[in-house]
Design a protein around this ligand. Structure first.
Ligand code: NAD
Length: 455
């Protein structure tokens, strides 16, 4: 079997080699998951809940080791990686409460009793990206397990290490072999096979809109259930009556976090023209003050990009015409480094404002008034997240409701919490992860009618 060479983005050196899975490996994993399904769905709610707590404990015990592995493999700051592994633990704990709460309805009908059940789907295929490798995987794994499904998870070929560890941890925590299977390999081979496989009931995908479109089309052949968490080009709307300093100081984290490789990146910063100079003054200080460097150093706020290819793609947006307002710093030497960059003024028709750059480039777009702000925010095929900054509460709520996006925050850039739903409008996706809503996407509703007065 050939190997995947896993590269450390901060050094451009190979840090590990893992077996490269192929379609036969996917078939074998699906067969194991299918075999394990009957037993897993029959585990009592109490025991399934206890096993999910055991899994949370087992990840928690290895929190620092997993965080370090993720920080090295994805090039993310260790502080962020610790937070992400913490979120994995929290996600398993949150859904550990679900097996006893998968409630059905009783519906009044003539002649008998009508009731509904939430049945597991069977084998769920999961395909995840490289930017938040274990965290995004577990947003899917935890609700799927809680609902009684078994799993074949395909991590991104660039970042397979923590998912492969999770497969081992699950067995150590007491889950039966075959309940959670991981196959690392190329998307066009392993991902594709999962999507086509007749024994896979559902595919849960996070990745680019382009690949997601192909997955939706291929899944249609077997009428597979599909949830898609795709790209974004989110707007951070700053009105002149906002706390401008707070908005500006928070903005770099919302677009340069994870080196801009974040589907929720607020990469379009819409600023009311009358406040532009003041906002840009605060923003410049915040961007130039960012600590960009070694992912394993505690003070680091931004690491490198994931790969040489990504570096080239992101660099292509900084052509001669790009209106660079200011840039932060980045180390020289090996590794895929790109300094945080702010462009201003950008038109919403410019390429930098239309395409998901997935790197640390922010476009500042001036606007006049509420109506124009909402029109610009909505002038994109995407609709994942966004923010509104203003001291006018009614305007904040009007804008938050009018902007076509799945996740909004007011006077904050928060996107994701374990207990609240996350997902996209428009071409940013289908379905919701996290919170109570995710369970709907890992269960089928079954209706049973029991005749009590003859048949
Ligand atoms: P990608 O679409 O290239 O790859 C995602 C996954 O799909 C990988 O595991 C890849 O191997 C697999 N894949 C690739 N081709 C495939 C195919 N033909 N069939 C099946 N699987 C295939 O995305 P990426 O570059 O890894 O991640 C970046 C993208 O992910 C960005 O667009 C970003 O916005 C998006 N993303 C979205 C969310 C969200 O929750 N909405 C979160 C993180 C990332």
């Amino acid at each position: 079997m050939s190997a995947i060479e896993v590269v450390e983005p901060a050094t451009a050196e190979v840090m590990a080699e893992v077996p490269r899975g192929d379609a036969d490996d996917v078939d074998a994993a699906v067969a194991r998951a299918k075999e394990a399904f009957g037993e897993w769905r029959a585990v009592t709610p109490e025991d399934r809940s206890a096993l999910m707590h055991a899994l949370a404990d087992a990840v928690d015990e290895r929190r620092e080791e997993l965080a370090t592995l993720e920080a090295r493999n994805a090039g993310k700051p260790i502080g962020d990686a610790r937070g992400e592994i913490g979120m994995v633990v929290e996600t398993f704990r949150y859904y550990a409460a679900a097996p006893q709460r998968l409630l059905g309805d009783t519906i009044p009908v003539a002649g008998g009793v009508d009731m509904t059940f939430r049945e597991p789907l069977g084998v769920v295929g999961m395909i995840v990206p490289w930017n938040f490798p274990l965290t995004i995987a577990c947003w899917k794994v935890a609700p799927a397990l809680a609902a009684g499904n078994t799993i074949v998870l395909k991590p991104a070929a660039l970042t397979p290490l923590t998912a492969l560890e999770l497969e081992k941890i699950a067995v150590q925590a007491g889950l039966a072999e075959g309940v959670l299977n991981v196959v690392a390999g190329p998307g066009s081979v392993c991902g594709q096979r999962l999507v086509e496989h007749p024994d896979v009931a559902k595919v849960a995908f996070t990745g680019s809109t382009e690949v997601g479109r192909g997955i939706a089309a291929a899944a249609a052949q077997t009428i597979k259930r599909v949830t898609l968490e795709l790209g974004g080009k989110s707007a951070n709307v700053v009105f002149a009556d906002a706390d401008l300093e707070a908005a500006a100081v928070a903005a770099p984290g919302a677009v340069f976090g994870n080196a801009g490789q974040d589907c929720c990146a607020r990469s379009r910063i819409l600023v009311e023209r009358s406040a532009l100079d003041q906002f840009m003054g605060h923003l410049e200080g915040a961007v130039k003050g960012m600590s960009v460097g070694d992912p394993l150093a505690d003070e680091t706020e931004m690491g490198p990009l994931i790969s040489a290819d990504q570096l080239e793609t992101v660099g292509s947006y900084l052509d001669d015409e790009a209106p660079v307002a200011f840039r932060g710093s980045a180390p020289d030497g090996p590794g895929f480094w790109f300094a945080p960059t702010v462009l201003c003024p950008v038109s919403n028709d410019d390429r930098q404002a239309r395409e998901e750059i997935f790197g640390p480039i922010a476009s500042v777009i001036p606007f006049e008034g509420e109506e124009e702000a909402i029109a610009i925010a909505n002038d994109t095929p995407y609709g994942l997240s966004g923010s509104v900054w203003t001291r006018d509460g009614a305007k904040a709520l009007r804008a938050a409701r009018a902007i076509e996006t799945g996740v909004m925050s007011i006077n904050s850039n928060t996107s994701v919490r374990v207990s609240t739903p996350f997902g996209g409008f428009k071409q940013s996706g289908v379905g919701r992860e996290l919170g109570p809503h995710a369970l709907d996407h890992y269960t089928e509703v079954k209706n049973v009618y029991y005749a009590t007065e003859g048949s």
